[in-house]
Design a protein around this ligand. Sequence first.
Ligand code: ZN
Length: 227
Amino acid sequence: MLQQRFKVTCFVGHDIQSLALAEHYFGATHDYPDSILVRVHRGTGAGILVNGQIFLGSNGNVGEIGHIQIDPLGERCHCGNFGCLETVVSNGAIEQRVAHLLSQGYSSKLTREECTITAICKTANRGDTLAQDVLEHAGKYLGKALAIAINLFNPQKVVIAGEITDAEKILLPAIQRCVNTQVLKEFRQHLPIEVSTFNHLSPIGAFALVKRAMLNGVLLQHLLEPS
Ligand SMILES: [Zn+2]
């Protein structure tokens, strides 16, 4: 078991699975063997923990929540399909949507020159309706895809990571509304949905954290603790 966990830790490398693993060893999902972490960045991906271990599938490529189709008549995704979650929920997609709406003449405190995800979240938190609406729209679609994942994996906790969580007071309720109507009652009861502990840590940072813990023995101590 220990050997297997170390193998997994080494294998997951620089991607989102490192962040999910860091959350499990040191953060938000520490006491939750089954969890899903979703990170919105350039794309949207998920790290899935089953029984305290990263779910790797047959070749390590799992958690592509960003390519769940959420709109059959949506934009073309870089994967070649249409209307994937990533075409609506990624930093770039959100920034482009705000820029497009501004070019249409929608009123906002944002300008086309400052259409970054950080500025959008900050402006939304200050009450800007356009920024709030765009983030709520993203939260709705993220919630829709997440509801599918929750129905499939029945996690004990869901963690959301990425710059978008700077506007957690807008994002999390939008996700929660989808979960309330699209997830099986027994799966959504007592299901915390929280923002990542290591939110401003890159997956590389998370990997470094896990690796450092392995080297200094903290992780070994953790793994040897009786559960
Ligand atoms: Zn896609």
